[in-house]
Ligand binder design. Sequence first.
Ligand code: HEM
Length: 437
Amino acid sequence: MLVALAVVVSLPWWLPGRVVALRVRVFNRINGDEGIPVPGDLVGIDRFKEVYSHPNASGRSKGAALSDLFWYWLSPGPEMHQEHLEAGERYDAVARTTRGLLAVPRAEAEELTRRCAARTLAGLRGLVRLRDVVMPLWAEFSYELVFAEPCPREARDLIVGNADDVVSSLKCTGLRHMERRRRLTRYLLGRLSQVRIPLPAGLSPQEQAYYLHGAFFTTAVVQMSEATAHLLMVLAQHPGVQDGARTGDDRYLDHVMAETLRLYPLFGIAHRITTGEIPLDEHTTIPAGAVLCFNYPDFHRAGFADPERFDPGRFAHSSQPAKELNHIPFGVAANRPCPAWRLAPIAMRTAAREVLHRYALDSSAAHTRSLPNRGPCLLTPLGAPRRVRPVLAFMRVRDRWEDVWRSLVQLVLGTYMVWDARRKRLCERHFHHSAEN
Ligand code: HEM
């Protein structure tokens, strides 16, 4: 009896880790381990950037079983998602439009972020999940980037419904709800003529709607919400850094953001399919058609002293220029980096300031790169009495127990989705049909 009780009580300390390990094994079993890990035995950390930047590391979707899984998670319209388009005229037209929509002067981007924050933070306090708090902000921000007018409530709900569904399925905490996502595509289809710059001309209206859906209402909203939730979690768990960020200059906050994205990069792995050989030395060549899996967390830890420690000061005191550090939160310049690499930090910094001007943040929940708990946090309006201790004790226990249940949910739903994606083979079928026509 006593033993059973001890096992149950200790569940949060050992079960989630084992379930995660099992999930990884199951995923590899179903998915196959087709990829070449970088860094790994073939390509060391010292050649990570060189291989990532190689002109032959340029295939995005065709020929990798892994693509079926990403296409599944990003549906509908994954064949029009900029990230997954192969190089060519279509990609160029889409990428040009994205650059055009993101080319907002700094002052305007800051002002837009402040307006969206004022609307979406109003009335918030108490125990929250940071990802849920900031997602409406970034939904409104993206909407206004695209349509140059304030986001109606109906659109905000559709965008948040879609983005939340995608990110929950990516983390295997929920299944896909395709109707929720399709409602957004239909809404965008009806509003194409109001987009503030011309959309790529060679695409059908359905394809244009899918493109906007993928880049601006899935990727932009998901990535900004995740990155901001990480930033606010870090501030909530490092009171000294929080004070410094509240009173310090932009440079300090930039170092905090850089260190946050070093420790918690949004991409775990980015993959590329080689379109030709990549010679490594006189004996070794990566063949065409290989799937290279670039591991961001591994790269971001190599070359830094005490890499697990959160230390924004490492960016202030580094003797190396930033671009020589193992730090690529927005990808590598030579191989399809994030088109929002300039705008995203400006907007994130402004959003963080808006939160810090209103609230003191505290959190005792686990902070991991995939953030499946969505960032539990206590928001206390500045100047209000802070009763932090009992709330943090409650949050810690709740988070531990939630982790037990969540790890089991992730195992079951993740296994199902990996299997379902392999069965549907969305990417493989798409290229098969294109070759036939
Ligand atoms: C802090 C926020 C963000 C981070 C850290 C981030 C990170 C990244 C990274 C690392 C890549 C490259 C992945 C690879 O090499 O395969 C990427 C690609 C991309 N990102 Fe972002 N991103 C952020 C926000 C955004 C936003 C706001 C947008 C808005 C449109 C966006 C759109 C894209 C697109 C379309 C690509 C694919 C680029 C291409 O293949 O041409 N991202 N992002």
